[in-house]
Design a protein around this ligand. Structure first.
Ligand code: ATP
Length: 455
């Protein structure tokens, strides 16, 4: 079972420290969120899983972290300055503002049903800013709207510094900013968000093959994070949706509490990206319709050492949102279980590698010096395993501690009691999140037990 509504998730996120509205104490600011103690751990674990699948488990992708403040000229040649806009419509009766392309019926206001609506106006999503003390054209920059441009601009730097051969990819995880007209559905559409994007550079003509491969790879990755197959599906961009330079594109859609919507896009982008930013465009047979570039000082071509061919590589991109990943993963993990006797529990059944806290150590008696000493000893030894956060809860109320750990999805709780101190060999109680079964394990075997559990 997943959450019944976004409200259930939003409430759990606040109650247990996953996500808070930004500037909450001043009434909040739309489309901006802060990640709490549990949220940052979960977010970090998702990033790690993605990074591992892209960089560590493969041998053809390199990582990069490009700057967030970016030269305005990047967005001129990428086309974003001109075309990165959404059609904005206002209702003259109820004063609602909406994106025309997301309206249920483009002739009627989504909120009040009135047909008294304005003509659509294009609204650019780039966030401009000025760098340095003088405000003029030369100081104009943008907060980046995607990580991808940084990967295109560094194509030659990465190629030369790693001696890569095609095909190879550049992966980035990081913040992006879009002045969204309709920030909504909790962290689904926000103005500041994180992306996990990978640009795969290939020989022209090999795009069908790699587009298909990357679709399969990315689909499987979501299943590996605990997303059920019945909750994701492909949405192929039709002619109207496809951006003018792309060959083909498909989105992985997830069944969010507000309905099926985009989680990740896989795009076959032709030679548009490197072709737009390269020097001496006329030297190459660029297939995409690109703006004439009079500023770039570097040729972004690839020279095949074997055939001596020189060309502008094509790009297949995979672009996922981290916020959307969090909602999807939390939604999948969310369960409300009937425990009988009118009792229920909320439990987040995260995959172990994603759980914000891996192990919680709970003393049977609060502030008991001997018990706390043992707890600290155990915590230290488990931390050495490098499994992630091991938390010590000095609460003294086992029932409450279990309930709290269930709600943040901690896979195992270890309770240290008086028997631990008195008996030889010393043992502790281990409680499993999913089955709620408890059994005793000798302290001497704990490291091996926990290591095997998280393997
Ligand atoms: P949408 O159609 O929902 O606006 P998009 O097609 O513009 O998304 P891309 O530019 O392909 O999105 O970005 C890649 C991914 O980044 C998206 O699949 C999504 O997961 C995430 N993303 C894009 N915009 C936002 C946003 N405003 N808030 C949160 N995540 C976003």
């Amino acid at each position: 079972m997943s959450a019944q509504s976004m409200d259930q998730l939003v409430s759990l996120c606040k109650r247990r420290g996953f996500i808070f509205q930004s500037a909450d104490i001043y009434g909040g600011m739309k489309g901006l969120y802060d990640y709490g103690p549990m949220g940052i751990e979960l977010k970090d674990n998702i990033k790690k899983a993605w990074w591992s699948s892209m960089i560590y488990e493969r041998d053809d992708i390199e990582g990069l972290e490009a700057s967030l403040i970016s030269h305005s000229i990047i967005w001129k040649y990428s086309g974003h300055e001109e075309t990165f806009s959404d059609p904005l419509v206002d209702c003259k009766d109820c004063k609602s503002r909406m994106r025309q392309d997301k309206m249920a019926d483009q002739t009627k206001c989504d909120k009040c049903g009135s047909t008294n609506i304005t003509e659509p106006r294009d609204f650019n999503l780039l966030f401009p800013l000025n760098v340095g003390p003088v405000v003029d054209d030369g100081s104009k920059a943008y907060l980046r709207a995607e990580t991808a441009q940084g990967s295109y601009l560094n194509f030659k730097n990465v190629l030369d510094s790693t001696s890569r051969k095609l095909p190879f990819g550049i992966a980035q995880v990081g913040k992006s900013f879009r002045n969204e007209i309709m920030a909504r559905n909790f962290i689904f559409r926000t103005r500041e968000f994180e992306q996990m994007e990978m640009q795969y550079f290939i020989k022209p003509g090999e795009n069908d093959k790699y587009f298909k491969e990357w679709k399969e790879t990315r689909y499987q990755w979501w299943l590996d994070q605990g997303i059920k197959e019945e909750n994701i599906k492909w949405h192929k961009h039709d002619e109207n949706e496809l951006i003018f330079y792309a060959n083909q594109a498909s989105d992985i859609e997830y069944r969010f509490p507000h309905g099926f919507d985009e989680l990740e896009g896989v795009h076959d982008r032709t030679d548009y990206d490197l072709g737009s930013h390269t020097k001496n465009q006329a030297d190459f047979d660029i297939q995409a319709k690109v703006k004439v570039n009079t500023h770039s000082n570097t040729k972004l071509n690839y020279l095949d050492q074997v055939t001596n061919e020189s060309y502008i590589p094509f790009v297949v991109e995979t672009a996922a949102g981290l916020g959307r990943a969090m909602i999807a993963i939390m939604n999948e993990a969310y369960e409300e279980e009937d425990l009988g006797d009118g009792k229920t529990r909320t439990v987040m059944k995260f995959k172990k590698h994603l759980a914000p806290i891996k192990v919680a150590i709970i003393p049977l008696k609060k502030n008991n010096e001997k018990i706390m000493e043992k707890c600290s000893e155990i915590k230290k030894s488990l931390l050495k395993l490098g499994i992630g956060r091991v938390s010590l809860e000095n609460t003294g109320n086992i029932g409450k501690a279990y309930r709290r750990q269930d709600e943040v999805g901690t896979p195992i709780c270890i309770t240290v009691d008086f028997e631990t101190l008195e008996e030889t060999p010393a043992s502790v109680t281990i409680r499993d999140r999913d089955t709620m079964e408890q059994h005793r394990v000798n302290v001497a075997d704990l490291e091996t037990y926990v290591r095997n559990f998280f393997l």
